[in-house]
Design a protein. Structure first.
Length: 359
């Protein structure tokens, strides 16, 4: 599964064969080989080739594949391709492949940003937070916004270079009659369809009422590049929403402490210190395979915390009632770190406000 999902995630930016005998991403070919063996072992039909795997099999619910999945690995309706695009399920399984994490999530861009910020001392923390929040809050920028962002750190040459790398001009595919649509909810580029402007990000397109779309002249507009949208911007929205909600309750929130050692350090007026990682994954089993323990700091360290939490957005746990059960059952990290609790956003907020609902 990780091989097929990894190959699918690479297809949109595929520049050519690694080997003339394998004209597709190698991970996709390897995944097909393993799936074929599994189908033969089950005396079932298998994909005829990579094209059949991508076009037909990956658009089918995974539960219909002749594969003996581990308990909790595949949820109802999970499929790897939806409307011709890699799905959130595909993203989750791709991220559980360490090779893809190093290639995509831990891209050369993000590694360079972290390295530079860590070399800057305390100021580097502020610069890193500013960049991450911009990628989350402003995935689309017009000309004036670009100018404002570029002037935020005029004495830091790398800042302008990062913006050039993180954003790319919108193309004709994103415009209609010279205009660009921007979703009011997530601020990502919307598409013009027969039914009007629609945001096609995974969450927005499944809402009962589509979010409204703002229109702007398309000239000079830039958007966040695809890999950073998939792995940084969209998953970062629940982190930002939770941080703001906790700040409204009176907590001091440090965003991405120690240049992204974990997501949020929450310091309460009574002295409680929470370390939080927000995980916006559709697939709890894939998350369990990839989950790492929260970092440990000695007592008195500025980023130390007494209670650790892995927090899941509410819509994930509502759609899959046994989400947290699957995560806890299969996560080695949670078993090795008994003081870290996995819970939903609502359960965490109940703790923050003195509620009594358990995790």
């Amino acid at each position: 599964m990780t091989l097929i999902a990894s190959g699918l995630m690479r297809l949109p930016t595929w520049l050519g064969p690694e080997d003339a005998r394998n004209p597709y991403p190698l991970a996709l070919q390897q995944g097909l080989d393993q799936l074929t063996w599994a189908c033969w072992a089950a005396a079932a039909d298998s994909p005829t080739d990579v094209g059949d795997l991508v076009a037909r099999w990956c658009a089918r619910p995974l539960a219909t594949w002749p594969v003996a999945w581990p308990e909790g690995a595949v949820g109802s309706g999970d499929q790897l391709v939806i409307d011709g695009e890699p799905s959130e399920t595909c993203r989750d399984w791709a991220v559980s492949n360490p090779d893809v994490v190093s290639e995509v999530l831990e891209s050369a861009f993000m590694r360079e940003v972290r390295s530079t910020c860590r070399s800057m001392g305390p100021r580097g923390q502020a610069v890193y937070v500013a960049l991450r929040r911009m990628l989350i809050d402003s995935p689309t920028l017009d000309g004036l916004q670009q100018l404002s962002e570029r002037n935020r750190f005029p004495d830091l040459p790398a800042w302008s270079e990062w913006l050039n790398s993180a954003y790319e001009p919108v193309t004709a595919d994103h415009t209609y009659e010279g205009q660009v649509g921007v979703c009011r909810r997530c601020r990502h580029i919307a598409r013009h369809t027969d039914a009007g402007w629609r945001c096609l990000t995974p969450r927005c397109r499944t809402l009962p009422t589509p979010p409204r779309v703002d229109l702007m002249p398309g000239k000079g507009v830039v958007k966040i590049r695809r890999d950073l949208s998939t792995y940084i911007s969209l998953p970062g929205r629940p982190e930002a929403d939770l941080a703001r909600a906790l700040e409204k309750l009176g907590a001091t929130v440090v965003w991405w402490p120690d240049v992204d050692a974990y997501d949020l350090l929450v310091i309460w007026p009574d002295g409680r210190r929470w370390g939080i990682d927000v995980k916006d994954w559709r697939t709890p089993y894939a998350l369990a395979l990839r989950l790492h323990p929260l970092p440990g700091y000695p007592s008195g360290h500025e980023f130390a915390f007494t209670d650790g939490f892995v927090v899941i957005p509410d819509d994930r746990t509502r759609k899959q009632r046994n989400y947290l059960t699957i995560l806890r059952r299969h996560s080695v990290a949670l078993r090795e770190q008994p003081r870290t609790t996995a819970l939903s956003v609502s359960q965490l907020m109940a703790k923050a406000t003195g509620g009594t609902r358990g995790a």
